[in-house]
Design a protein around this ligand. Sequence first.
Ligand SMILES: *Cc1c(COP(=O)(O)O)cnc(C)c1O
Length: 430
Amino acid sequence: MNFYNLKENDEQVSFAGAVKQGLGKNQGLFFPREIPKFDNIDQLLSMPLVERSVKILHPFVAADLSEKQLTAIVTSAFNFPAQLQPISENRAILELFHGPTLAFKDFGARFMAKCLQAFTTDKQITILTATSGDTGAAVAHAFHGIDNIRVVIMYPKGKISLLQEKMFTTLGSNIETLAVDGTFDDCQALVKQSFNDKELAQTIGLNSANSINISRLLAQICYYFEAVAQLSRQKSIGKLGDIVFSVPSGNFGNLTAGLFAKAMGLPIKRFVAATNANDTVPRYLSTGEWSPNETVATISNAMDVSNPNNWPRVEHMLKSGIVDKDCVTSVSIDEEQTQSTVLQLNKLGYISEPHAAVAYKALQYNTTEDEFGVFLGTAHPAKFKEVVESILGQPLGLPKELADCAGEPILSQDLAADFGLLREYLLAKN
Ligand SMILES: *Cc1c(COP(=O)(O)O)cnc(C)c1O
């Protein structure tokens, strides 16, 4: 199957091309030419995660990967579970944080890394990415130790938590980290400048690993199927037609993957796109006006995005009829409600964190009696230890993944927010 550029429709590339290129001409996003539809969903749901995921992904990648290659990739990428935990009679959380960096981004980043590895010949490529936290860790761990792929991660010095920093700056070997004297926006601007410098990009084989890369989204389709598979095995739940997913959203990659799953035939009734105070999408859906405000900082900081880069894909699916145009509603949850929801979930016996709490609260506003709400647990509560401890007034333990890196030295180099210096750095070490 080919993928075409949503802005410049004539540009078409294979899966391998889309993975290697990331973005199309004129910053257009790649989108599959067709979306495969499964008739026998029950049979698909009865399979184990890896086998089922191969069936789901194969039509998208068949031109570039054999079923055998894809099986090897999926087996090593999805080597941790997605777990559905019941919260109450009509609510469950899909825990997506059991991977090496304790966030759902492990699914997409690990799949992308293995695909890129399969498509990379002897010429070295350089992954340059900016992070405010979770992406850096997922990308660093996913690409660690892969030959011929050099990873350079920039982050704003002193502006992320020490544990977050330790998770990706302590690995070494092909993972280089730069503590930039500036903000996250400065880091992103440096990435953009690097991509605009054609000579630099060519010399070091530049690539990015952010969630505009279609491979990350395709991987994420698989856990929506896994959630419904687990639900359908729980005998107490009889009404699969009424499943509603609530997705804590920042760049809207996760929601995009959910819409793909629905378009492929998975019985999901509709989606709630839950945001924090960065409410560009909920305002857009109610007024029809796209008017991003200045980004505001919240305790669900992985969703502090005011201009979500995957929205054109969502919009395309809603407008072209790939999914029903009414199947997405969007709700913004403020800080006070987020905190009180962390407490409320704790009373139900579940320790959550701000992103999942936003999604749970959005469900409470938005579902009817006969709907079953699944909200996505995108990060482990310990990743937001300080906030969760201060809301709950009780200490949280550290899972092994965080405890292991907490004592390791940070290997980052400092860098002024200056493109000339970054360019020198990238070329010197190449
Ligand atoms: C990245 C992230 C999100 C937002 O996901 P999108 O796909 O960008 O909408 C939500 N929660 C956590 C914990 C994240 O790291």
